[in-house]
Ligand binder design. Sequence first.
Ligand SMILES: [Zn+2]
Length: 608
Amino acid sequence: MRYPQTFIDDLKRQADIVRVVQDYVQLKKKGANWMACCPFHKEKTPSFSVSPAKEIFYCFGCHKGGSVFNFVMEMERVSFPEAIKLVAEKSGVPLPKLIDDSRFEAKRHEADEVIELNKWALEWWEQQLESSGEARVARDYLLQREITEETRKTFRLGYAPDSWDALSIHLRQKGASQEQIERSGLVVKKEEGGSYDRFRGRLIFPVLDIQRKPIAFGGRTLRNEDAKYINSPETAAYVKGRNLFGLHLTRDEIRRDGFAILVEGFLDLIVPYQFGIRNVVASLGTALTPEQAGLLGRFARKVVVNYDGDNAGVQAAKKAIEILLAEDIEVKILVLPDNSDPDEFIRKSGASEYGRQRGEAQPHIQFVIDQAVRNRKLSNPADKEAAIDEVLPYIRAVRSRIQKREYFDIAMDSLRIGDATLRRELWQSIRVGAADGSRVAQPVSMRMVKPTVAEQRLLELLLADAELRHGVLPKLEPGDYDDLATAPIFRALIDGEREGATINFDFLSQRTEGNPVSDLLLSLLMIEFDESEEGQFSARQLAAERCLDALRLMKVDRLISDLTSEIAAAERNGEVERRDQLSTEHLELARLRSALLPKAEAMQTGPS
Ligand SMILES: [Zn+2]
């Protein structure tokens, strides 16, 4: 059940945020804003402010902020719908009828049902593995894999008897209806009606979610069938690619270690776990998905990918690199000797040898380069070009500028690209990062974005003043902001201006959703300009233009510094013509710089 969105929007406009906050905190008017000592953290001088015009609050001390609803939620420790109710009551606005989300409710109910049936099935399969005569083949298999009883219990392994209906009968005895059994995915529906058990004569690996509920199963054959593994289909409780196998057991260890080892299959996780290596997760057959990377990123910012060394494994590892980099996760690649998988390797060579191998895992870029030059001759221009094309996307995806440059230099050296112009062109083509939309997932960075003083000031000015936006935004060129951390905000402003949208917190946070810069919005929006100083339009306009000049100056400075190192390289290699040509470019940039300098001088340009 929820309130209609139009009502929520109206209520936010009608509710006076100052009056609502006033109920809890003594506010004092200061300029266009109201200030107080923050109710959410201890302080002596007020840094908590409320803007009635922008309908937001923000604390410069503890960075809490948001709409009137966020304030009430935080203050009263209530849910969003409850906050709406409270704000409506305080504002004398009658509440509308709740929208009946019964479809959503039904879905949740169905998911609970599936999990209930999964629990019954799992308990029964565990019993079978423990004691049935038929399960001897499964127990022998585990024995041969050196999997102990303790490990079997920890991972709740089971055995599904070789029968078309033994599980179905068991579930019906427990009280499940035929419809429920069919919805659970534990059976396969027959075209002519009825169903038969999906898992037959197989060792069962349950997939437990982070609350340890069984949401799906994998079954391994014990008699050399074509399908070595079969898995649950998607159900109301299980969507493929959203979960990581083993995470419920390994997440604390992963958090403690600061990195995770990513493997493919069930046993690649279970065996290392038994041998004491417990910061492992498995992506489960399918290629790693952005959702899985996002989930993993909540526990570790570094990942060692340890997939099989065969061709399929290499392709899967490359895909995983791309997806992990998009989440701003540092990636290394571990390929074990003789292409063995973690399960085999650890049983053969032991955990400490595995640990040693892991310590020597390659940075992702080295792995990608090795793959790109394999079977190619770098002396052949076409081969070289193909290798460059293969490698560059993995550098472009790196989010830290310093790391990106380092990887770039390693790649250029390994691919024997000496030509300075080409190197510079290639660097220019990747320095900005992936173009909008081309990334698989929006990055979720844990780093705080630190804008430079000039970009921060420029954004504050632009956000505060619609007239200024009309004047300044058309003058901005993509090159002015493209490689700034706050580029998404600039883009949102320019789009908003073009679409004639109302520029406010809601609009901007929608347009920058999922990007770390959205955390900056409240502090940028909350700045007020007092009348004496920058209160007048002409003064603000001048200030904005100075900021823009400062940004352009910083960009020229970066170009000059790139060029300087290239000139030095040309000098070293005795490429006289090259050097002279670069020096001419250098001279032009220096001229541009001295034109920008006096205008930008008044503006401080360092990082804030
Ligand atoms: Zn605070």
